[in-house]
Design a protein around this ligand. Structure first.
Ligand SMILES: *[C@@H]1O[C@H](CO)[C@@H](O)[C@H](O)[C@H]1NC(C)=O
Ligand SMILES: *[C@@H]1O[C@H](CO)[C@@H](O)[C@H](O)[C@H]1NC(C)=O
Length: 457
């Protein structure tokens, strides 16, 4: 009675004929359940065996998995660390402003040519970089060198990678040797001479493309180009540039000079904004011509990043650029992946880094310079400077000798005069007067010393 009551309570409308699922199912359940469990177990066993075989035999892994869809198995591809098939999700390496926190890898590219004298300084910079070293892969291209650049490089790399400080060693390191037939003498004079520029820049462009193409991996989010002859740069330069989150960004590059040359000077004139004059000039040149900035031969009247520097300006201030210099470029790896490169031909009448800036701009990437964020290029005196310095050194020595002689002369001179004065005093005045006279003597000397000191400040 109770049961029936409960039943009718549970199904108030349907009465006894309405089939209740709870009563209907149990009749078939045992057989069905047993069969389903059997299938489940078989399936599970099969799956586990399959996974085990795949894990144990790499060759099986390689044979079986590629047959399956890449897209479906993407996550397991990453987990399994396949030997012959690699899966990369490039959306994860786009590059963001806080790369060091998100573990973004930077490829640092440095072309080297007869650079052994700069390497100790360069490695000192490397050691000082604050961007996590394990996230930086180094890539060097040694080309057309007649000195021991390669030997020295490998010694210094070994040293830094074996440093007792675990934070010192870098990620993957590639050293590539390839000559590009740079015939121009690498001394300062001929390197910066106008005539040699176009062909020199085209060869440099090839070298850069080569280096990048051989070393850029799908794991890289950023590419940092850095020359070996930078003398002073903030240790935080990679983070500083990265924080701007631009596709291509360069700092201002100046160089220190000896005092007689003015103390300092804009160095990198390849970072500029396009001007009407330059565009008009470009129109008149033939197809293969290459304009190189910073030479009187082509007066372009472009606003240069270098000349806009204010030592007290905001280091975060940005300026849009068209051409850029190559001393220190931070670029997102996706810029290169999109096909932007260093033209080894005349691209809009420019080559190498200047052409790279123009091409990036043409492809819609942001190209930015920081006028008040400055790094300092090494000062290498030109032949003229060296000659002038030699002359000045001789002059200085001559002046020193002269001064010494004069000082000696003075030393003996005034003391004699003083003696004479004293003598005069002693003999012409009383003892009391002479004491007063001697006491008054030092005052003018002290005054003269003070005014000299002031003039120096
Ligand atoms: C690296 O840091 C050390 C210690 O602060 C400093 O003496 C050295 O000059 C730095 N190197 C460069 C190239 O700036
Ligand atoms: C990089 O190499 C590929 C072939 O491996 C080539 O098609 C491409 O043009 C190269 N890119 C540059 C920028 O040199």
């Amino acid at each position: 009675m109770n049961r029936h009551h409960a039943y009718s309570k549970g199904y108030p409308r349907g009465g006894t004929f309405s089939p209740s699922p709870s009563r209907f199912q149990p009749r078939f359940q045992p057989a069905l359940r047993r069969r389903r469990q059997l299938f489940q177990r078989l399936f599970l066993l099969g799956g586990v065996t399959f996974l085990f075989t795949i894990l144990i035999f790499p060759s099986w892994r390689a044979a079986v998995l590629p047959a399956l869809s890449l897209g479906l198995l993407s996550s397991s591809f990453e987990d399994l660390q396949l030997e012959t098939v690699r899966y990369y999700d490039l959306s994860k390496v786009q590059g963001t402003e806080m790369g060091w926190e998100r573990g973004e890898r930077v490829l640092m590219c440095t072309p080297l040519r007869d650079a052994s004298s700069h390497l100790p300084m360069f490695f000192s910079h490397l050691r000082n970089l604050t961007y996590p070293h394990n996230l930086i892969d180094l890539a060097f291209l040694v080309s057309d060198s007649r000195d021991d650049t390669l030997g020295m490089l490998s010694r210094m790399l070994q040293e830094i990678q074996n440093d007792p400080d675990p934070k010192m060693s870098f990620g993957e390191i590639s050293v590539i040797q390839k000559d590009f037939g740079q015939k121009v003498q690498q001394d300062v004079e001929s390197r910066h001479g106008f005539e040699a520029q176009a062909s020199r820049r085209k060869l440099m462009a090839q070298a850069r493309n080569w280096l990048l193409n051989a070393t850029l991996r799908p794991t890289h989010s950023w590419v940092y180009w850095r020359d070996a002859d930078v003398e002073t740069a903030p240790f935080t330069i990679i983070e500083d540039l990265m924080r701007h989150n631009k596709d291509v960004i360069v700092p201002n590059v100046w160089r220190p000079l000896p005092d007689w040359l003015g103390g300092e000077q804009p160095y990198d004139l390849n970072s500029w904004q396009e001007s009407e004059t330059a565009l008009a000039l470009a129109e008149t040149l033939d197809e293969d011509a290459v304009i190189v900035e910073g030479y009187a031969e082509y007066a372009t009247w472009r606003p240069h990043l270098a000349y806009l520097r204010d030592p007290y300006g905001d280091p975060d201030m940005e300026m849009e650029l068209d051409g850029i210099g190559g001393v220190s470029i931070l670029a997102k790896a996706r810029v290169f992946r999109a096909g932007v490169h260093f033209p080894a031909f005349s691209f809009e009448k420019h080559a190498e880094t200047e052409g790279f800036g123009k091409m990036a701009k043409r492809m819609g990437f942001s190209v930015i310079g920081l006028p008040h964020y400055t790094i300092w290029h090494l000062y290498e005196p030109s032949v003229d400077d060296l000659r002038r310095m030699e002359e000045m050194e001789l002059e200085r020595q001559a002046r020193e000798r002269e001064e010494q002689e004069r000082a000696q002369h003075k030393e003996s001179g005034p003391s004699k005069a003083q003696d004479a004065a004293d003598t005069v005093y002693v003999y012409s005045e009383s003892d009391k007067d002479s004491e007063e006279g001697l006491a008054a003597q030092p005052a003018p000397h002290a005054e003269k010393g003070a005014s000299n000191g002031h003039a120096k400040h």
